[in-house]
Write a protein that binds this ligand. Structure first.
Ligand code: AKB
Length: 338
């Protein structure tokens, strides 16, 4: 008999840490994790089974299909934007090839269980592409259907996988003899930059904000790789994890789309710097701009419109910049680094 379970790929990543903890607390069911690296000791005890392996390993995916009856799949594994620009081909293989493997696993599971498997896919503001700062200025706050011209491999991957998920969910094999059945209930969120008090991102381009905070808390000098007026949306990790849980429990009929923007605040690099210095007056935060990474940030929106998420599944962030700093980020990073 296959065991009912939840699957989380990329479980050792930043979102993985927060999501496992939240699902375990909620007693959501047995959690099976799959990651290239062994799980961090802070979360490994929360997993019912921890698999160290590669989402590109088709045999491993088949083995999972044979052993478990997945109720929900959280497919978090991905190479982030900066890392992807250094190795576009492996980013495509992991981000797109890996997602195809997990969508096909969900399809097999849905067919054998005779009902749709709920599938969560973390997308990103990187799906948007603005030509330059002037267009970014004019565009302002962007809703889901505009400026979908990604200029990074990561952005291309995320946008294509959004379409793949919608295809598998709503249009799979439309010329097949069989009438279309929905075996995958695909739900996706376009995340802004995310700031965690307990983990630091690797390989992203929105990393300048969490790096600035954690470096200051460690009492070290931080050289910010974007301009003072660089601006994109952000949210705290608890809000990111809450957004995932909220969209995944929303009734299917209330969802008018498969992909949603979410955001909480959008400070410039310098506005965030001021907040960090308020909390750590000794902090040394300088600017050493990396033009190429600056261009990537310039191609992303200054802010996104999340009214669809608020309407369809009552998304509502707990933290704005002030409360995010005072109630969550500062107290926790002070505890960690003191
Ligand atoms: C990145 O910077 O690559 C990610 C993202 C914004 O999707 N954090």
């Amino acid at each position: 008999m296959r065991k009912p379970a939840i699957l989380i790929t990329g479980a050792n990543g930043e979102i993985g840490h927060g999501l496992i903890t939240a699902l375990h607390k909620k007693r959501a069911g047995d959690i099976i994790t799959l990651d290239l690296n062994k799980l961090d000791s802070r979360i490994s005890r929360l997993a019912s089974e921890e698999l160290t392996g590669n989402i590109l390993d088709a045999n491993l995916i088949d083995q999972l299909n044979g052993e478990y009856e997945f109720i929900t799949i959280y497919h978090l594994a991905a190479l982030l934007s900066t890392r992807a620009e250094f190795s576009p081909r492996s980013a495509h293989n992991v981000n797109v090839g890996g997602t195809m493997n997990l969508l096909n696993l969900a399809l097999e599971q849905g067919k054998s269980q005779g009902k749709p498997i709920t599938f969560f896919f973390p997308s990103s503001i990187a799906v948007y592409g603005l030509k330059n700062r002037a267009e970014k200025q004019i565009a302002g706050t962007i809703s889901e259907n505009r400026f979908l011209n990604p200029v990074t491999m990561y952005g291309c991957n995320k946008l294509y996988c959004e379409h793949l998920g919608t295809y598998y969910s709503r249009h799979y094999q439309r010329l097949g003899a069989e009438e279309h059945h929905c075996y995958i209930d695909f739900r996706s969120i376009r995340f802004p930059g995310i700031i965690s008090s307990t983990t630091i991102p690797t390989g992203g381009t929105s990393d300048y904000i969490p790096e600035m905070l954690h470096t200051a808390a460690r009492g070290e000098t931080y050289k910010c790789f974007v301009e003072k007026d660089a601006k994109i949306p952000f949210m705290t990790m608890p809000d990111a994890v809450q957004a995932i849980q909220d969209i995944m429990v929303a009734p299917m009929k209330s969802l008018n789309q498969t992909v949603y923007n979410v955001r909480a605040f959008a400070p410039t690099a310098d506005e965030f710097r001021d907040k960090v210095i308020e909390a750590f007056p000794q902090a040394q935060i300088e600017y050493e701009v990396n033009e190429k990474r600056q261009n990537m940030v310039d191609s992303w929106p200054a802010d996104t419109n999340d009214s669809a998420a608020r309407m369809d599944w009552r998304w509502n962030p707990q933290h704005d910049l002030e409360t995010g700093m005072q109630e969550y980020l500062i107290p926790n990073v002070k505890k960690i680094y003191s």
